[in-house]
Design a protein around this ligand. Structure first.
Ligand SMILES: [Mg+2]
Length: 268
């Protein structure tokens, strides 16, 4: 791969630029160098907008000055999808109040009660989940054939003690009840990197799919996302994937490397 030609770097975070609370030592210089060369990077996460402040804080603690604009998150990309494909539709939103507020702020017609004229369903990771919502959406999915999208396909979300069910698990519960699955927006679906490319090319018209690189440590999210979006992907063996797992996987990245330090070496 011609690393010098890459103009947009889409980084996963945990396992890619840090591991837990340890920043990989070459990362600050790498990020600085990318921008010094007039190129761009973004951090791509399946998390919602609400959690971005936490990431900004975390990166700050680790020594990286980031702003909210440095992140592509599932809320922003879902809003973009709704505006493009479900504009003006009456949507049942299965999600937290924060998610509904974010949609309302964008002028989206948000509803939280079943009614016969609902025209689409949008689901997020809902920490305010109630049985009423499961009942409403089961009824809508059973009775109607309407667009149904969900922010992210993750099965679990980490907590201090382990995991809780995330959006993908609730989608599975609804599938068991209704036989219907949502269109997911987050990784490994292609919407997120394609949105990042579109947005960045408004700032820098030289950014294209061909010179964008997805970098991550997970084969079935980060690398699959790159493949699904038709863009180059770099697997790093600095997180949860081992070389053996990479060798045996159906997901083949453009390149597999030990960690992101290769980028620093190549860009210098
Ligand atoms: Mg990761």
């Amino acid at each position: 791969m011609d690393y010098k030609n890459i103009r947009l770097f889409l980084f996963d975070m945990d396992g890619t630029i840090y591991l837990g609370n340890n920043l990989f030592p070459f990362v600050p210089e790498l990020l600085r160098l990318i921008r010094e060369q007039g190129k761009h990077y973004l951090f791509m996460t399946n998390n919602s907008s609400k959690n971005i402040n936490g990431y900004v804080e975390k990166l700050k603690k680790l020594g990286i000055d980031a702003t909210r604009e440095d992140f592509v998150n599932s809320t922003t990309v879902t809003v973009n999808y709704i505006k493009k494909h479900l504009d003006g539709k009456k949507l049942y939103v299965f999600g937290t109040q924060a998610l509904k507020d974010a949609f309302i702020a964008e002028g989206i017609d948000v509803h939280e009660d079943y009614s016969e004229d609902i025209e689409g369903i949008v689901m997020g990771f809902d920490t305010e989940l109630t049985f009423k919502k499961l009942d409403d959406v089961s009824k809508l999915l059973t009775e109607k054939d309407i667009p149904y999208i969900a922010t992210n396909p993750d099965y679990v979300c980490p907590t201090e003690y382990g995991y809780v069910p995330d959006c993908g698990s609730i989608a599975d519960a609804l599938y068991n009840a209704t036989g219907k699955r949502p269109l997911f927006i987050g990784k490994p679906e292609p919407a997120m990197p394609l949105y990042a490319i579109e947005k960045m090319s408004e700032i820098d018209p030289l950014v294209t799919r061909e010179n964008t690189l997805v970098i991550g440590d997970r084969l079935y999210t980060d690398i699959a996302c790159g493949i699904n979006a038709g863009i180059n992907s770099m697997l790093v063996i600095s997180g949860e994937t081992t070389q053996k797992m990479a060798d045996e996987s159906e997901f083949k990245p453009t390149v597999t490397v030990k960690d992101c330090s290769i980028l620093l070496d190549e860009l210098k």
